[in-house]
Design a protein around this ligand. Sequence first.
Ligand SMILES: [Mg+2]
Length: 119
Amino acid sequence: MEKKVLIVDDQFGIRVLLQEVLSQEGYTVSQAPNGQKALELVKADKPDLILLDMKIPGMDGLEILRNIRKMEVDTKVIMMTAYGELDLIQEAMEMGALAHFTKPFDIDELRQAVRAQLQ
Ligand SMILES: [Mg+2]
């Protein structure tokens, strides 16, 4: 079965880019612009991996991650952060995030990290 990836980012351009790249990799990709939609999709689709933006208006990436961890889902998480968010990254790692990419990230490195986590 195809692996499922959920992209959570408030920036439309990032979602479109990642959707295109990861669809080409053969994954089933869904996307959410905010925390509420993200949690709905986690519950409904049980994605194998989530690419989670840290800075999102409203419910931020950490809060979304905290909510995901309360759910009965076994989902891998990779954070997407801005430069200088070390404290937040540390907190995300403590909640089981596997890796983080600082924007602007190298799309090939991200693609390979996703592939490594899903094989
Ligand atoms: Mg953002």
